[in-house]
Structures are given as structure tokens and as C-alpha cells.
Design a protein around this ligand. Structure first.
Ligand SMILES: [Zn+2]
Length: 300
């Protein structure tokens, strides 16, 4: 979209009234004619491409493939090999795709504000950065009725269990930022979630306090973690009725579709920021494409 003169010092900055058409150019990258403009006041030249997030990209055609493959368990190196792009290009494109995904998710939440959500489920995935000794949690909040992921945030947590001592010795004390991050996420979703909403979670000891703080009128049901068991040749089998089926199923999809979250994966996250980027891209792709595979889910 044309947003008018991009010169911040110009009197008619971001106004379309004082612009005139100034020819066009052919963009070879995606074979499109791009309209150019010129500001009548400051003579600044610009085009419809100036305001796009893809501005100055030279390989636009590959964006959709990277988005599709990155959320289908493909590694960054394999994408570089198959698309014949430099690994650095893939890295940059992922940063761009993450920004685009965040904007799209923000728009979706804005749209959903009209119909506030009456039921929420949330839970955490445990992942790690660089080594199992540096674990992180990914808090995921969903709307089970529309099968929508509302948000997911990565947070540093200390190592627990047998490796706690080794982790402490090798990498020092790790902060527990999980409660703060989850609290922040629920706070940010306050305009989408009804104040008398029903929260369904497992029996994590910190959850009731965080819910009560952000939604004092809400009700909270806890269920024992009745995870699906792995049976036979390793497929998922449900043992009994699972009241938290929707959230467990979506967490399983995170694990099945993001290479770095695979069990016994050769891929690891190198930084927390890149893990968050991957999560952001997955949320957007899930809400837009994957959730529609279930018949009852309609396009929003
Ligand atoms: Zn101007």
C-alpha cells in the first residue's frame, strides 16, 4: 500500500495528496511492474515497494517455501541446500518471516477482540538452548473451542532433576523466568479473554496464583496430567478420556513440526531469540493453515 511521502522532514510526510506518478520499474525478482511516485514538495522518489516489509529483498519468491518448510520439520541447512540459497539468506529470511508472523498474529487477536474467549487451556513445553543443561520453557495459551493458539513465550528456567547440579557447576545459576513470562502473556491477552473465563490446566503449583492475579473473576479447573502414551511402533495412543486433549495435541504438534523440538533431535537452538522466532512463525502458520485440517474449524 502507498503511504505517501516517506521523508520524515517533509511537510507532507505520509500524505498522498502531494504525490505524482513517476513511471514504473520492472522487478525481475518476482516479475512485477512497480509504480513509482515523486513527492511534489520535497521531490523525494519512492514506490509502492518502499513501505513493504519485503523492501530491498532480492529473493521474494522463496519466502513462502521457507515459511512452509520451516514449520514442517525441515532444518535450516536442508532448506538452504534444497532451495539453493546461502544459509545466511535463510537466517535473514527467518527473521523477516518471524516479524511478519508477529504482525499477522497481532491482527488476528485484534479481530478476535469482538468475541471474547470463554475457555482457555495452557501448558508448558520444555526445550533447551545449546545443551540440555540450559533448559527453557515455552508457555502456550490456546482457545480449545476454535483450536487457536493465542500466544507462546520462551522463558529461561533452571535445570531440574539429575542434571541440576552439573548445570549449576558448569553454567552457573539460571533464573526462573517462567512465572513472570506466563504472567506477562496472560496480561497481554486480557482484551481477548473474558473476565469470567474458564481456565483448564494441569496441576502446576504456580498456575492458580498467576490466573487469579490477571483474572480474579475467572474459574480454574485442574486435571492430572493424563498424557497420551506411546504404544506399539511409537505412535501416540490415548489411554483414557483426556480433559486437556486440545492443549496436549497442540503441544505434540509443536514437537512434531519444529525440527529443534523433535525428541532425540540433532538440531538444537543456539539462542533463545531464534527459538522464539521459530515459535512465532509456527503459531501464525498453525492458525492460518494447520488448524483448518479439522473440519469444525472455520476460517476467521
Ligand atoms: Zn515529501
Amino acid at each position: 500500500m502507498n503511504q505517501g511521502c516517506p521523508n520524515p522532514k517533509c511537510k507532507v510526510h505520509q500524505q498522498v495528496l502531494f504525490q505524482k506518478k513517476d513511471g514504473h520499474y520492472f522487478r525481475e525478482d518476482d516479475a512485477k511492474y512497480i509504480q513509482r511516485f515523486k513527492c511534489k514538495i520535497c521531490s523525494k522518489k519512492y514506490s509502492t515497494a518502499t513501505f513493504k516489509l519485503e523492501y530491498k529483498q532480492k529473493k521474494r519468491r522463496w519466502n513462502q517455501f521457507i515459511r512452509r518448510d520451516y514449520t514442517a520439520g525441515k532444518s535450516m541447512n536442508r532448506m538452504a541446500m534444497h532451495l539453493k540459497l546461502h544459509p545466511k539468506t535463510i537466517e535473514r529470511k527467518i527473521q523477516y518471516l518471524a516479524e511478519k508472523a508477529r504482525r499477522s498474529q497481532k491482527n488476528l487477536l485484534q479481530k478476535l477482540k469482538k468475541n471474547q474467549i470463554s475457555e482457555i487451556q495452557f501448558d508448558d513445553l520444555i526445550a533447551s538452548i545449546h545443551t540440555k543443561l540450559k533448559p527453557v520453557s515455552i508457555s502456550v495459551v490456546i482457545d480449545p473451542n476454535q483450536r487457536l493458539i493465542l500466544g507462546a513465550r520462551v522463558a529461561e528456567i533452571p535445570a531440574f532433576g539429575k542434571i541440576a547440579e552439573i548445570s549449576n557447576r558448569k553454567y552457573g545459576r539460571r533464573q526462573n523466568l517462567h512465572p513472570k513470562t506466563l504472567d506477562r502473556l496472560l496480561y497481554e491477552l486480557r482484551e481477548n479473554i473474558a473476565s469470567n473465563c474458564l481456565f483448564k490446566t494441569d496441576e502446576h503449583k504456580r498456575y492458580p496464583g498467576i490466573i487469579l492475579k490477571n483474572y480474579p473473576k475467572a474459574s480454574h479447573l485442574t486435571h492430572k496430567g493424563e498424557r497420551a502414551t506411546v504404544a506399539g511402533f511409537g505412535e501416540m495412543k490415548q489411554r483414557a478420556f483426556d480433559p486437556l486433549f486440545q492443549i496436549n495435541q497442540i503441544l505434540a504438534m509443536f514437537r512434531a513440526n519444529m525440527n529443534r523440538l523433535f525428541r532425540r533431535s540433532w538440531n538444537t537452538s543456539k539462542t533463545q531469540a531464534s527459538l522464539q522466532e521459530h515459535v512465532d512463525i509456527f503459531i501464525d502458520y498453525f492458525n492460518e493453515e494447520l488448524r483448518m485440517n479439522v473440519k469444525r474449524c472455520k476460517k476467521i
